[in-house]
Structure formats: C-alpha cells, structure tokens
Design a protein around this ligand. Structure first.
Ligand SMILES: Nc1ncnc2c1ncn2[C@@H]1O[C@H](COP(=O)(O)OP(=O)(O)OP(=O)(O)O)[C@@H](O)[C@H]1O
Length: 458
C-alpha cells in the first residue's frame, strides 16, 4: 500500500465539478492530487512534473466533439512517456471508444457517473502495477490487466462481487461453468487481485494430460526417473510456489490422479518422480471444470473428499444466453478489438443483428461470440453488421426454422449433451474432418474439441 500513499495523481477534465469531486475523493488516498481543466496545458505540465497515474476525460467540450479527444491526448501523453499510466474517464455511451483506448495503451477506464469504491480500486491497482513495473515485473501483469471481465447483467455482477470479496483471501476456489464462459479469465482476475499478484500464476489444463504426464507435469521429475528424463525438471506445483496454481478441467482427471492430487493438497508438499525428497509448496489453488462434478461424485467418478478440498468457495459462471444485454456489450467489445486488427473501421450492429445475437443459444459461450464477431467483421460488406453476417450453421439449435430435407432439427427438450454431440458431429462433417477448422467454428480450442470427441465417442 506504500505505493498508493506515495502516489502523485493528475486529473484532467474540463468540468470543474468533476475536478472538485475527484480531488475530494483522492486526496485522502494519495500523496498529491493535481487538477487541470485545459488539456492544452497538459504537455507543459508533463514537462515539469512526474505523475504516477493520470485520470483523463474522453470528451472535452471546448474541443472538436468527436469523442476522440481522449484518445488523442492519450497518444500525446504516451509519446512523451510510453510508461505513463492513464485511466480514462468516459461517459456511458463511450464504452466502445474506451475499449479502443485500452488497445492504445490506456491502463483502464472508469464510466461516469463512477462508483467511488470502484474508482479507488482501479487507482490502487494502477499504482501497484506502476510500482511493479518499476521493479521490472510489469510485463506479466500488463497482459493480465489487458483483459477486463466485461458484463453488466445481474449474473455477472454477482460474479464480480464474489471475485472482489474472495480474491484477497487464501480460499481455494472452484469455478464452474460451461465451455468458454470465462473461467480462466476469472482465475486470472482472482490472482491479480490477490496478495500473490506479483508471484507466478501457473495454469495447467489437467484434462488434457494422460495419467503418466499428469505426475511428471505437476510434480516434476529427477534425471533418470524414466527413459526420457534427461535432466531434472520442476513441476507446475513448484513453479507456482508463492503464487496461484490454476488447474483447468479438473472434472476430467482419473480417480488414481485424483488420489495423488488430494495427497499433495493435504500435505502441502510434492515429491518429484524419481526422488524421495518431498518439497514444501505454498500455493493458492484455483480449479475449474465444465463437467457436472457433483453428479460425477454421486456416481463415484469424482472423489468427494477432493471436492471438499477444492471448493472452499465456488463461483458459478452463467452461460452467455442467461446474461441478457451482456451479449451486445461483449459483441461491441469484440468488434472494437477485431476491426482495427483486420484494418477495418469499428462497425455498428443493425438492430436485427442484435436481436439475432440475443436469441442465439451460444453453446460455445463467449469464445463462440468472439469468433462469430471476428468472422462477421471479416465477411461484412458495409460498416453495419447485418444478421446474415452471423451464420450459426448447425449450432442454431434454439430457433430452427426451415431445414433442408434430412437435416436434424434440434428439439428444445433434447438433453444438452446430445445437442452438443450432434452439433460437433455436424460441424466436423461440414469441415470434412478438419479439426482445426471445426474447433474454430465451434469456439473451442483443439484440445477441448478432442476431449469432447472422446467424451461423446465420436
Ligand atoms: N466477461 C468477459 N469479458 C471479456 N472477455 C471475456 C469474458 N469472459 C470470457 N471472455 C473471453 O472469452 C474467451 C473464453 O474465456 P476463457 O478461456 O476464460 O473461458 P473458459 O470458461 O476457461 O473456457 P474453457 O471451458 O474452454 O476452458 C477468452 O478469450 C476470454 O478472454
């Protein structure tokens, strides 16, 4: 917290009320708050003084009214100091622009009217990140910070509230949710907001490991432990020492591996293969799965005692179809991200397109939406995305209308697993067996698709 107390903050906004309110709020938090009404004075000020964090308004009434003023001044600031930490203050409707500003190098943005707690939290993170940056540890944190968890639905607000509450504790967290709902993103956020933030965050997709790899990967090995062990190698537990270990797809590991994991968690030490010297490890454990883990436990396919170890706190991530207007918000966010990447202007969405996106069931959730928006941007003719730019092919199981003869009509009553199986089968058939293409279309990673092929015995 020393970083926060010693911080020097500059606030640039042409509204005197905003400057006053910010000064009142921030002066108890940091060493000094300087306010500036006219952005034209900004460069001169920065020549003379150094600030740890700059709050910058996106729209200055006196200027061009393009809404781009914030971006312009941001780029001027960053020309002068590429390491400047800038937080943009934006009106609600400017969120798309603010997201663009993140790509232009802003640290974060806050939306007017702001919540004081949220604003202070953002400031604290910014100042702490600045301090880490100065210690040369920033690269990692910056990538983490680059992906904010977006969403305004009640369901996601509850998740964000939980994250804030449990991040600064040592509780083991089990994250449950369908594929692509943001489980890894949540795990990273928990780490980033924890006291371990400057220590490693190590992520392992344990569902993709065979039993023999599971042990060598997680616990490490000594040279000569097995034929290919040409030298000592530390495992992921040791690599995460002091930090957070994220085990993804925990519901997919075999019973013998569950027993091994339980022993390590109970003893808080690992013994590399080929060694008899246990090594103490201090990790915070976060796990995630899209498998019905309690159902598996009831069928004795998952150990209940392991569940009790990992689920001190549970976070349930809602599927995208239950997140209401978040679909639009996220679609706009991805459009603002992918358009410049593909050398296109950020497109608008036709109201009929937004309706279509809201009605789609999104079996691949946010990852599917992400790919769908990218595809639409690439394929679209004009600068307004039309419904036909989004073709959900076989995945449109929620509202099948006319179907070609012989095509399968998904029944609303059909169990989800069957819909998933059939969707995968059809997409693979459509892509003539090409797994990479099919995975992309389904919004899955290749590994996740392979796991599903295995699960559904396709
Ligand atoms: N709330 C969100 N705001 C912005 N982007 C998001 C959000 N949630 C997820 N994403 C993005 O969606 C993609 C999928 O998220 P992530 O990998 O965290 O999901 P997952 O649940 O871990 O997936 P899987 O079950 O396949 O492992 C990522 O690119 C992530 O950045």
């Amino acid at each position: 917290m020393a970083a926060v107390k010693n911080g020097r903050v500059l606030v640039v906004d042409d509204e005197t009320d905003v400057l006053f309110a910010m000064k009142m709020l921030l002066k108890a938090e940091v060493k000094e708050v300087v306010t500036e009404k006219n952005p034209e004075n900004l460069m001169r000020l920065l020549d003379k003084e150094r600030f740890d964090v700059i709050f910058l308004d996106m729209n200055f009434k006196s200027a061009l009214h393009t809404g781009n003023e914030g971006i312009y001044w941001l780029s001027r600031i960053r020309e002068k100091d590429p390491n400047a930490t800038v937080i943009l203050i934006t009106a609600y409707g400017d969120v798309e622009l603010a997201v663009r500003s993140l790509k232009e190098g802003a640290y974060d943005f806050i939306v007017k009217p702001w919540h004081n707690d949220k604003l202070l939290e953002t400031l604290h993170h910014a100042l702490e990140s600045k301090q880490l940056k100065q210690k040369g540890q920033a690269a990692k944190l910056k990538t983490d910070n680059a992906i904010p968890i977006l969403g305004e639905s009640d369901a996601i607000r509850e998740v964000l509230y939980k994250i804030d509450k449990i991040a600064p504790t040592e509780a083991n967290v089990l994250i449950l949710g369908e594929n692509g709902t943001g489980k890894e993103l949540v795990a990273r956020a928990l780490h980033q907001k924890s006291f371990r933030a400057d220590k490693p965050f190590v992520s392992v997709d344990v569902g993709a490991l065979t039993d023999s790899l599971f042990e060598s990967e997680l616990f490490g090995y000594k040279k000569g432990a097995f034929t290919d062990a040409k030298e000592d190698r530390i495992g992921r537990f040791e690599a995460a020492n002091g930090g957070t270990l994220f085990l993804d797809e925990i519901g997919n590991i075999s019973l013998p591996m569950q027993a091994k994991l339980l022993t390590v968690l109970q003893n808080r030490q690992v013994t590399p293969l080929g060694s008899n010297q246990p090594i103490p490890v201090d990790i915070r454990l976060i796990t995630a799965t899209n498998a019905p883990i309690y159902q598996l436990a009831a069928q004795n396919q998952f150990r209940k005692d392991l569940i009790y170890r990992i689920n001190t706190v549970e976070i349930l991530l809602p599927p995208l179809r239950e997140r209401g207007a978040d679909v639009e918000l996220l679609a706009q966010h991805f459009a603002a991200y992918y358009a410049p990447k593909n050398h296109k202007a950020i497109p608008a969405f036709d109201p009929a397109t937004l309706k279509k996106l809201r009605q789609h069931a999104w079996p691949g959730n946010i990852r599917e939406l992400q790919h769908a928006v990218e595809r639409a941007i690439i394929m679209a003719e004009g600068n307004v995305l039309q419904p036909q730019d989004f073709s959900f092919s076989a995945m449109e199981f929620d509202a099948p209308q006319t179907t070609p003869a012989g095509a399968l009509v998904f029944d609303q009553q059909m169990p989800l697993s069957e819909i998933e199986r059939e969707t995968i089968r059809r997409v693979i058939e459509k892509n003539k067996g090409n797994i990479s293409k099919s995975a992309k279309e389904l919004g899955l990673t290749r590994t996740a698709l392979y796991r599903r092929l295995n699960k559904h015995e396709i």
